[in-house]
Write a protein that binds this ligand. Structure first.
Ligand SMILES: Nc1ncnc2c1ncn2[C@@H]1O[C@H](COP(=O)(O)OP(=O)(O)OP(=O)(O)O)[C@@H](O)[C@H]1O
Length: 248
């Protein structure tokens, strides 16, 4: 990513962001609320037009012509996803595969594998509208995986997901990276990023504050200490004096 900028009215969500993500890395993107992570990942994956800047995925310009040339390389789990929720989970995964131009039988095979791997077999024939938050996240992840992309970009993939399913997803992603794939994920859970990722970028105010291997960025501290050191301060002193049941 080079020089990415996105403004929403007077708000500068992303303020000239540069980031190199090595192919084959497991890359974590962390940052406080409103840092610009979702906006950046949306621009990086062709979902949101940048005001300025460029993005290359394996050498393919995401915003160049023809539009969509990078799409087959990418599997995306967007934040705040809007899915076609009048489809069942199984139908939605099939639909995602068919959209990618995949063969019907291959789609059916992978759909069944994904439902199994993500513990959604029992929910395969339930409408996505009736899914819980975690089930919705998992079916959206299945849609991002079905065409076997080279790069996965996942916005908070573990949010709302139960520990057993989270373990299954971690396993899927680790095996994907071992097999040469690249994963970029955003998360607020530093322990998870430390455990899973080999690289991390700390984003704040629409810029990269620190980026590199996890060891480089944490510099001998744990990642959470480093994160709070880079960004913290202020909040711990805020006191809600009225929020004392005994004072009423
Ligand atoms: N569609 C939009 N319209 C207006 N402002 C927006 C829009 N999307 C994002 N913003 C603003 O851009 C800034 C960055 O938001 P973004 O969602 O990228 O942050 P984030 O790092 O993903 O935050 P979080 O960790 O809370 O998910 C925020 O100030 C947000 O209010």
């Amino acid at each position: 990513m080079r020089g990415l900028v996105k403004r929403f009215g007077a708000t500068v969500a992303v303020a000239g962001l540069d980031l190199d993500i090595p192919a084959g890395s497991f890359y974590g993107v962390v940052g406080p609320n409103g840092a610009g992570k979702t906006t950046t990942l949306s621009m990086a994956t062709g979902l949101l037009v940048p005001d300025e800047g460029s993005v290359l995925v394996h050498g393919v310009d995401v915003w160049g012509r023809p539009r969509g040339a990078a799409a087959s390389l990418l599997g995306v789990l967007p934040d705040g996803l809007r899915l076609f929720d009048r489809l069942t989970g199984a139908e939605l995964i099939s639909y995602a595969g068919m959209l990618r131009g995949m063969d019907r039988e291959v789609v059916a095979e992978r759909r069944d594998d994904l439902l199994q791997a993500l513990d959604l077999v029992g929910a395969g024939s339930t409408l996505v509208a009736d899914y819980s938050a975690g089930m919705t996240k998992k079916v959206a992840l299945a849609c991002a995986l079905v065409h076997a992309p080279r790069l996965l970009v996942l916005d908070e993939p573990f949010e709302a997901v139960d520990p057993v399913s989270a373990g299954a997803i971690r396993g899927i992603l680790q095996r994907f990276v071992e097999a040469g794939g690249t994963v970029v994920l955003s998360s607020h859970v530093m322990a998870l990023v430390e455990r899973l990722c080999d690289h991390v970028a700390v984003v704040a105010g629409g810029r990269v504050l620190a980026a590199g291997t996890v060891d480089e960025v944490r510099g001998g501290q744990d990642l959470e200490e480093r994160f709070v050191g880079l960004l913290g301060g202020g909040l711990e002193h805020a006191e809600l004096t009225w929020l004392r049941p005994s004072s009423g």
